[in-house]
Design a binder for this molecule. Structure first.
Ligand SMILES: [Zn+2]
Length: 271
């Protein structure tokens, strides 16, 4: 009987090994992944592809290579959590490059402005994930990039955060992870990082942005606690060697939440 329940929902696409290798090898988060974990990630990505619907915008033709690139990056987040963490929505919309959604925002004075800043990605509560393919592909070792930048990990971290409502930097925590500890650690680190960004910002005119570039994570993390969580999740998987020394307590909370230790992986692989 148990076997029957276990087999439910096991629909998966098969990802050819060669395709998997070529699509995933350039990404920093793949460093040190043991062969068994790599195989589990590939199988999980196959299940992800069977469950999600991709559409390309502006005649963008989504090749198997591109779909696997997205699936692998999204699935590293849930390798130890389960694909069910991405349940409840199914659309992934991919633009060829950054996109400009026009929307109205109200400022502090109550005046409504139309904003149209180009975006690399977006995650909607209960809705789609929208990605710029240029940015999806950029998150690799060879490309010229901000180290730790990974738009797919970023948007899918928002999706995990949205499991319990609006993204506020606190996804549903596992048993044994006190909410108070998470809040204390993240509030403290967020406050500290905002101060560091302000300081670096004020130096930008004289140092040409050197202090901003030297920050251990993307300054965009200072936007709000939800963005902070998404950005430290990027750093956790892509550049744990920078995140852990800068914010060890945040690293530790993320290690418990994602049930992975990317830094230990690197050490074990001798990188
Ligand atoms: Zn974001």
């Amino acid at each position: 009987m148990l076997g029957w329940f276990g087999k439910r929902d096991e629909v998966a696409e098969t990802i050819d090994e060669g395709l998997w290798e070529s699509a995933t090898a350039p990404y920093l988060f793949m460093r040190g992944l043991a062969p068994a974990d790599d195989a589990r990630l590939r199988a999980l990505a196959g299940r992800f592809l069977a469950r999600k619907h991709f559409s390309g915008i502006h005649d963008l033709e989504l090749t198997p290579f591109m779909r696997v690139q997205v699936a692998a990056q999204a699935c590293i987040l849930v390798l130890e959590l389960g694909i069910e963490w991405f349940d409840g929505w199914s659309e992934i919309i991919v633009y060829p490059g950054q996109f400009v959604p026009e929307r109205e925002v109200m400022d502090e004075a109550g005046v409504v402005h139309v904003v149209n800043d180009p975006m690399a990605g977006e995650a909607w509560l209960g809705g789609p994930v929208i990605l710029s393919y240029e940015d999806v592909a950029m998150a690799s070792i060879e490309a010229e990039r901000v180290a730790g930048y990974n738009v797919v990990i970023h948007e899918f971290a928002h999706k995990l955060d949205m499991r319990n409502g609006e993204p506020n930097g606190c996804p549903p925590l596992h048993a044994g992870m006190p909410l108070a500890a998470w809040r204390r650690v993240f509030t403290e680190a967020y406050g500290d990082f905002c101060r560091r960004v302000d300081e670096a910002d004020s130096l930008a005119e004289t140092d040409g942005g050197a202090a901003l570039d030297a920050l251990p994570i993307d300054p965009y993390a200072s936007e709000n606690p939800g963005e902070f969580f998404a950005v430290v999740s990027e750093a956790f998987f892509e550049t744990p060697e920078w995140l852990q020394p800068a914010y060890p307590a945040v690293y530790d909370q993320l290690r418990q939440f994602y049930r992975q230790d990317p830094l230990e992986r690197l050490a074990a692989a001798g990188d």
